[in-house]
Design a protein around this ligand. Structure first.
Ligand code: NAD
Ligand code: IPM
Ligand code: MN
Length: 485
């Protein structure tokens, strides 16, 4: 609707004033409806994403203002109850008019909003990361050097939250581990998984200590979480940062840059087996690998997707020549899934030869996919060629986010150096970088790695394993200091 006929100067003056008023009214009305729309499109909390000046809504709003001046001018702002801008009491007719005009305005606004849906969706995704958000993180510092390195990682994450200003980290500590076992007979509370379920992530130090059998300590905590929360991807970067020591000769820093995708829920670690005829000469132990089609397909597919996205080659590492059931099946699935990814360059290696190439020619690996056991062993080897155990991190991911994912250094509790301030917490800090990536703060994730690199190049604040004299507790602050500049 619009005014008909020519306007006088007076009309224009009135118009100008009322225009301003209209803008305010329209803004208010538009935002109110937009918020409702945003909620329905993007879920609860979305309204906070729609900063007025910066979003496409503002543009839509302007157009609305110009195109629908008459009908919009009749609106009162919502804080005045909406309705016509006539002064005095409203008649029933007025009310009917208001209702009509409301409906009409809503329809117009809805149509406008729909036109900007795509722009908004993109904008929302961008803004979401910068909207103040609280990440609830369950901390299981665990045994040995676990608490020492985790405390540095927490410092870094808290520091980053402060620098960013858009999110905060809320830590809840769980005192589970070998000490807890010695007191209670359990590695974690009976309803441990239930307690962890609601967290956004789990940050774990290390589990296992002399005095508790390793299969009991790991089986009752770390492995139970990985399996119970279906964290079927274990993502372990093997990347030689500038300044990090490398024991290999004739290898350039950029030659060691791979990501190992380790199957993390079944395979050789399925814990299926038996001890038969104990105490007799026939005594035997059976340990069965479990390789399900679903389990193999999902990890292999994940690796193909990663390789495709990052334009990298993919190497599958297995052992079909000796493990004629499980690994032949793995190799078959690797080929089958590969048919969906003709653009990904692949190779398939036996694990013995692959170990040799890790040392002799690490540059041939980009994305690597392998089974649970082989991934475990190869990533300690990977750590050895890329700066040591103090620099190797791993993310246990439940990609569907049905359950929390878990972030940890890949090293153990290192009883030989525990309690002495000698442990290198950079692996635990690298896992913070992986956690930030997982939360959608890839920029911070990258900056943490860059800060680790700067620390390694400067060589001023390093722990003894890297040739320095700093204590574990010096490192978090040193990383933050770099991040601040
Ligand atoms: P480990 O990784 O704890 O230690 C191997 C060697 O690397 C040791 O010499 C240790 O001093 C050194 N090292 C490890 N992390 C280091 C760090 N951050 N800084 C400096 N040096 C570091 O392996 P292990 O000795 O075979 O295992 C010890 C215990 O940890 C065992 O109970 C084992 O089952 C357990 N474990 C737990 C995890 C885990 O919780 N994710 C992983 C591996 C081993
Ligand atoms: C690792 C560890 C664990 C594993 C052990 C402690 C069960 O070595 O995370 O690499 O083998 O997965
Ligand atoms: Mn390991």
């Amino acid at each position: 609707m619009s005014h008909s006929g020519a306007m006088s100067n007076d009309d224009n003056a009135v118009m100008a004033n009322s225009d301003k008023q209209n803008e305010v009214i329209i803004d208010a009305q538009f935002l109110r409806l937009s918020f409702r729309w945003a909620e329905s499109l993007f879920g609860k909390g979305a309204p906070f994403i729609l900063g007025r000046e910066e979003s496409a809504l503002w543009k839509a709003n302007k157009e609305l203002c110009e195109n629908n001046r008459y009908s919009m001018r009749r609106m009162n702002p919502p804080w005045q109850g909406g309705g016509v801008s006539h002064s005095g009491a409203m008649s029933n007719d007025d009310n009917t008019a208001m209702a009509d005009s409301d409906k009409q305005n809503e329809a117009i606004i809805d149509a406008q909003f729909l036109r900007y849906k795509d722009v908004l969706q993109k904008r929302c995704a961008e803004r979401k990361a910068s909207v103040m958000q609280t990440y609830k993180i369950a901390v299981i510092a665990g045994d040995g050097i676990g608490p020492e390195v985790i405390s540095e990682g927490k410092k870094v994450l808290e520091g980053i939250a402060g620098l960013d200003g858009g999110f905060r980290a809320e830590f809840t500590d769980f005192p589970w581990g070998c000490d807890y076992y010695l007191k209670t007979g359990r590695m974690m509370e009976e309803n441990g998984l239930e307690k962890l379920k609601g967290f956004d992530a789990i940050y774990l130090g290390a589990v296992g200590y002399p005095g508790v059998p390793d299969n009991v300590s790991l089986g009752g905590l770390l492995l139970e979480i990985r399996r119970g929360f279906d964290e079927y991807i274990n993502l372990r970067p093997v990347k030689l940062l500038k300044g990090a020591p490398c024991p290999l000769k004739d290898v350039r820093q950029e030659d060691i840059d791979m990501i190992v995708v380790r199957e993390n829920s079944e395979g050789e670690y399925a814990n299926v087996g038996a001890r038969l005829f104990p105490g007799t000469p026939q005594e035997m132990a059976l340990q069965t690998g479990v390789f399900s089609r679903k389990g193999c397909e999902r990890v292999i597919r994940y690796a193909y997707e990663l390789a495709k996205r990052e334009h990298k080659t993919l190497t599958s590492i297995s052992k079909g020549n000796a493990l004629g059931y499980s690994m032949v099946f793995w190799d078959q699935i690797f080929k089958e899934v590969g048919e969906e990814y003709p653009e990904v360059e692949t190779s398939s290696l036996l694990v013995d030869a692959a170990s040799m190439f890790f040392v002799k020619n690490p540059g041939r690996f980009q994305v690597v996919v392998t089974s649970n056991l082989f991934g475990d062993i190869l990533t300690d080897l990977g750590a050895a060629i890329a700066g040591g155990m103090g620099l190797a991190a791993g993310a246990n991911l439940n990609p569907e986010k049905t359950f929390p994912s878990m972030f940890e250094p890949i090293h153990g509790s290192a009883p030989d150096i525990a309690g002495k301030g000698l442990a290198n917490p950079l692996a635990a800090i690298w896992s913070v970088s992986q956690m930030l990536d997982f939360f959608g703060h890839e920029d911070w994730g990258r900056r943490v790695i860059d800060a680790i690199e700067t620390l390694l190049v400067e060589k001023k604040t390093l722990t003894p394993d890297l040739g320095g004299r700093a204590k574990t507790s010096d490192i978090g602050e040193a990383i933050l200091e770099i991040l601040r500049h």
